[in-house]
Design a protein around this ligand. Structure first.
Ligand SMILES: NC(=O)c1ccc[n+]([C@@H]2O[C@H](COP(=O)([O-])OP(=O)(O)OC[C@H]3O[C@@H](n4cnc5c(N)ncnc54)[C@H](O)[C@@H]3O)[C@@H](O)[C@H]2O)c1
Length: 311
């Protein structure tokens, strides 16, 4: 296959490029490096099956030659990034997605949309199945991200219904691993960075809120299983193992031998209390489930963040 990966120089996108190339596909990575970095795909520079295009997907985009799939991962994704880039986030979720849908349509390619568990907002159902419509504040502080993704999903399904475009929609739950930004404001990178600096880990609220964390290799394996299937989705891909922030903090402190403990701060508004994927669909329809447990995933991630902090 020849696959366009929009946002391919980001955390997940770069792992996706690696996985596609590893299985023999050709990759055209399109990125404007808004939140990603050429360094994430620097190791692919000499690979003849890899092409890097510096472009904003909200603008004109021409890809020469046949393409089998357009995978849209382009969007600021960490809270720190979308708070700093609210209009860019709305633009890429609307205009950017529309442009990439048009590209897929013009090339007769399958369109893959990287959506998010944020479409469930602050959910009142646990765990979240794909049937759940969500509980999102449309004018809340993080609405630029949540609503952009909900709009992207709506656009994607509209193209499917209107033009019969083959689509795949994945709802990604918190994913972590090497190449995540140490200072991206997400809890795993925050905790590891603070622990490696010997600082106390910041717990928002009382730390009883839970999250599920999926190791990047599992997440990417889920993307490819969905891409290769005949399912439109949406399909949740995430690790249902649920941990409180206090449990995560203790594990990170243990694995980094950090003795500085914890510090408590006020809970940000619109911070979900609990989020956990129901992955029954992924198990039944794709034969997918996560393999990497949190301890193992953290053991693989900590050395990466340590190396970035050293540089
Ligand atoms: N990492 C997670 O836990 C997670 C969870 C849910 C959803 N997602 C989704 O997965 C995708 C990738 O997330 P990530 O964690 O790798 O984030 P990231 O910020 O590392 O990667 C996003 C990439 O998109 C690029 N980009 C942004 N706007 C662009 C534009 N207009 N034109 C071209 N490129 C653009 C950025 O430069 C970056 O390389 C995002 O769409 C995100 O919403 C990620």
């Amino acid at each position: 296959m020849r696959v366009v990966v929009a946002g391919g120089a980001g955390f997940l996108g770069s792992h996706l490029c690696d996985a596609l190339l590893e299985r023999g596909d050709r990759v055209v990575c399109v990125d404007n490096f808004l939140t990603g970095s050429p360094a994430n795909v620097g190791h692919l520079a000499d690979n003849d099956d890899f092409e890097l295009i510096d472009a904003d997907v909200c603008g004109e985009l021409r890809i020469d030659g046949p393409v089998d799939a357009v995978m849209n991962l382009a969007s600021p994704a960490s809270p720190k990034d979308y708070y700093a880039l609210p209009l860019e986030t709305l633009d890429v979720g609307s205009t950017g997605t529309r442009r990439l849908l048009e590209l897929a349509r013009s090339l007769d390619a399958t369109f893959f949309m990287a959506s998010t568990s944020e479409v469930y907002g602050d959910p009142v159902e646990h765990p979240q199945t794909e049937e759940y419509w969500g509980h999102v504040n449309p004018i809340g502080e993080r609405s630029m991200y949540d609503e952009a993704k909900r709009f992207s999903e709506a656009l994607t399904f509209t193209y499917h219904r209107t033009f019969d475009l083959p689509i795949r929609v994945v709802r990604i739950f918190n994913t972590y691993g090497p190449r995540m930004q140490p200072d991206d404001g997400r809890v795993v990178s925050n905790f590891i960075t603070q622990a490696l600096r010997g600082e106390p880990l910041t717990i928002y609220g009382d730390g009883s809120q839970t999250r599920s964390f999926c190791y990047v290799d599992d997440e990417i394996r889920g993307f490819l299983a969905l891409l290769d299937s005949d399912e439109t989705g949406p399909i949740n891909i995430g690790n249902p193992g649920e941990f409180t922030m206090l449990e995560l903090a203790d594990l990170v402190n243990e694995l980094t031998s950090n003795t500085a403990g914890l510090v408590h701060r006020g809970l940000p508004s619109d911070d979900p209390q609990q989020r956990q994927p129901d992955i029954t669909r992924a198990r039944n329809l794709l034969g997918w489930s996560p393999h990497v447990d949190l301890r193992t995933g953290l053991e693989r991630t900590i050395p990466y963040i340590a190396s970035v902090l050293r540089d």
